[in-house]
Write a protein that binds this ligand. Structure first.
Ligand code: SF4
Length: 444
């Protein structure tokens, strides 16, 4: 791991806990908070916070900051609100930092895509300034490829709209709902499954009165025991708004389990403040799925963010989308999953890339995912092997895909193969007709 430089700042102020109890005003929601910043093309100055935690700045990022944000103090850099206010959203801002290819430049200028352009300065520090094929650069910088829609692609391939019961609530499975609480993300991924919604102001409820309708729906459906907060990115909400929302959900007796899906620890790790973790730890059991894509994302900053969450008792899993030319080989995936285990994140899902409009250049054959799982299973710790799934088009839910380890049967033995291809006979007697009959009688 890269050498880490710790930056010392003040401690949190007294009284911040009391503020957490207040319901958020509409203006406290991040979309409105951020849309103000988004319109600013120049560097936005935010006064250093009254408090800020000690947060790591890696050598690579420190050097980037010295080159491109020389006048910005470390205190400002480590303030997640400064990071949001100074996202790269225009051609000029991106060009100052990256040498753009013709494909990238034209794509940014024409602004034809569904997903807006926005990258936090921190995440920009991880991108290769010269190489447009750099894996994580491809995930956030548009190219003309995303304007080419192929057959079979659609704006809503999982038919989430069809399962939307009230604005923001997707209810597909009996016992759980997806609660889309904001359309805002700090950094937009070019392959986003919700490209029809993210960054589109007004398409999702992100104000208290609109959340109330969703909460009423959950309250009235007693079968819902599991609520997944997503969006957009729920962790971009201010602490007070998040506290209010989690508190309201916890007041519903049949909601047993809360989850948050987020890319914040990866693209905006400074957001994981002690104040945020204090909010989260009040609402256990609360789990977080972190969206990781590539081992280059595992930095000292990301490590610190994940460790803070884990130390707050939040179990962490990862969700990774399989992307052509970005992470579609066994070596890259192994580095990613080993790295995740080191920072206390359990690799959970590996997704086949959904057929959203203009995503063909990101999609691999399904066989590539199976090949990767086969290259991991048995070759490394079981905890480092995620479930490879396709989210079935039209809303069929997640379908797990596995290499075929059962190769046949010989009488009362199953023929199975291990990760090396060695074949084994496992005793698995076929039930005789008399045994089946006896079992049925006992059950009757
Ligand atoms: S962070 Fe998630 S919701 Fe936001 S753009 Fe990326 S994939 Fe979409």
């Amino acid at each position: 791991m890269e050498k880490q430089d710790l930056f010392t700042e003040e401690v949190e102020p007294p009284g911040s806990q009391a503020e957490e109890e207040k319901p958020p005003s509409v203006s406290a929601t991040s979309r409105e908070h951020i849309s103000h910043f988004r319109s600013e093309a120049k560097t936005v100055v935010i006064n250093p916070p009254r408090w800020a935690p000690r947060f790591v700045v890696s050598n690579r990022t420190r050097e980037f900051k010295r080159r491109f944000f020389q006048d910005v103090t470390l205190s400002q850099w480590n303030d997640w609100r400064w990071q949001l206010a100074n996202r790269l959203v225009t051609l000029e801002q991106v060009e100052r930092i990256l040498k753009l290819s013709a494909l990238e430049k034209e794509a940014i200028v024409s602004k034809n895509g569904a997903v807006p352009l926005a990258i936090t300065p921190y995440y920009a520090s991880l991108l290769d300034p010269e190489d447009s094929d750099h894996p994580i650069r491809r995930t956030v910088i548009p190219t003309l490829h995303e304007y080419v829609a192929s057959s079979e692609e659609s704006g809503d391939p999982l038919n989430e709209e069809g399962d939307t019961k009230v604005p923001g609530i997707v209810h597909r499975y009996p016992d759980r709902v997806l609660f889309l609480v904001t359309d805002f993300c700090s950094t937009y991924c070019r392959y986003c499954t919700r490209s029809r919604l993210v960054g589109q102001r007004g398409k999702l409820p992100s104000a208290k009165d609109q959340w109330e309708r969703a909460l009423t729906y959950i309250r009235e459906h007693r079968s819902v025991r599991d609520v997944l907060l997503s969006g957009g990115d729920a962790l971009t909400l201010p602490d007070e708004a998040l506290h209010w929302l989690l508190n309201r959900l916890r007041e519903i007796p049949h909601v047993e389990f809360l989850r948050i899906g987020t890319k914040v620890p990866v693209v905006l790790p400074q957001r994981v403040t002690p104040s945020l973790t204090r909010v989260l730890r009040k609402f256990h059991p609360l789990w977080i799925s972190v969206h990781f894509t590539h081992p280059d994302e595992i930095t000292p900053e990301t490590t610190q963010a994940c460790e803070r969450l884990a130390d707050a008792g939040v179990p962490l899993g990862s969700q990774t989308v399989l992307l052509k030319g970005i992470n579609d080989d066994i070596g890259t995936m192994k580095r990613l999953f080993h790295g995740l285990l080191r920072i206390r994140v359990r690799p959970y899902y590996l997704y086949q890339c959904d057929p959203i409009l203009g995503s063909a250049h990101f999609r691999t054959p399904v066989s590539k995912g199976i090949e990767i799982i086969e290259g991991l299973r048995g070759h490394t710790s079981g905890y480092a092997v995620p479930h490879f799934v396709i989210d079935a088009p039209g809303g069929g839910g997640k379908v797990p895909l596995l290499p075929n380890y059962v190769i046949g049967r010989e009488g009362d033995h199953l023929l199975i193969r291990n990760y090396r291809g060695d074949v084994y006979r496992y005793p698995d007697p076929i039930p005789r007709p008399s045994e089946v009959k006896e079992e049925n009688t006992n059950q009757g």
